[in-house]
Design a protein around this ligand. Structure first.
Ligand code: ATP
Ligand code: MG
Length: 172
């Protein structure tokens, strides 16, 4: 649960976070064309690199599981209003409109999702993102597919983030 998760923030370049996640799921993404669009001059992000990489691993794993083998995946990162906005966009079937909130629940799987999964990946994503003070949501794209959006505000403690000291709220 988010409240119990120790978040060890470090300064990380956004492209490293995304690149690291992509390396981990590369094989599962197979022949899918993956595009990464980074806004110019993105600042560094203060996150727990292991936890936050897991968010993108889970999202990309889902893109690999629930979209056709040759369908493209786009990752976009921008910085607006003191927040990072990172989208993982696929071109698969999308999320049934009534399920866009519930897919983040533990053990929830949409009807006909197939046998490969227990329904925890997105719940873990939400726990990690919320432990960082951020939000995760999904919308369907007009052209087909799902757009998962992670919004991460700059922590109020920045720029004093110290890699060697846990955040105040996670201290004992
Ligand atoms: P796990 O991730 O624990 O192995 P899972 O993939 O079923 O299992 P989640 O990642 O939490 O669990 O996803 C929940 C459900 O949301 C999935 O079962 C699937 O029905 C739906 N879903 C998730 N990502 C997508 C996507 N990119 N396109 C379509 N449906 C998706
Ligand atoms: Mg999953």
């Amino acid at each position: 649960e988010a409240g119990a998760m120790p978040v060890r923030r470090e300064w990380v370049p956004v492209d490293e976070l995304i690149g690291g996640a992509l390396t981990r799921v590369q094989r599962r993404l197979g022949a899918r064309a993956v595009t990464v669009e980074l806004a110019p001059d993105l600042p560094m992000v203060a996150v727990d690199p292991v936890l936050m990489a897991q968010v993108f691993i889970n999202l990309l794993e889902n893109a690999a599981k629930y979209t056709p083998a040759t369908s493209p995946v786009r990752i976009r990162a921008a910085f607006r209003d003191q927040s990072f906005v990172i989208d993982v966009v696929d071109a698969g079937p999308g999320i049934p409109p009534g399920d866009t909130e519930r897919v983040f629940d533990k053990f929830y799987r949409t009807e006909g999702a197939g046998p490969q999964g227990v329904g925890l990946g997105l719940a873990i994503c939400r726990g990690i993102v919320e432990a960082h003070g951020g939000r995760i949501s999904v919308e369907n794209v007009a052209t087909g597919g799902a757009c998962f959006r992670v919004v991460l505000p700059v922590p109020t403690s920045a720029p004093g983030v110290d890699a060697s000291a846990p955040e105040a709220e996670t201290s004992p």
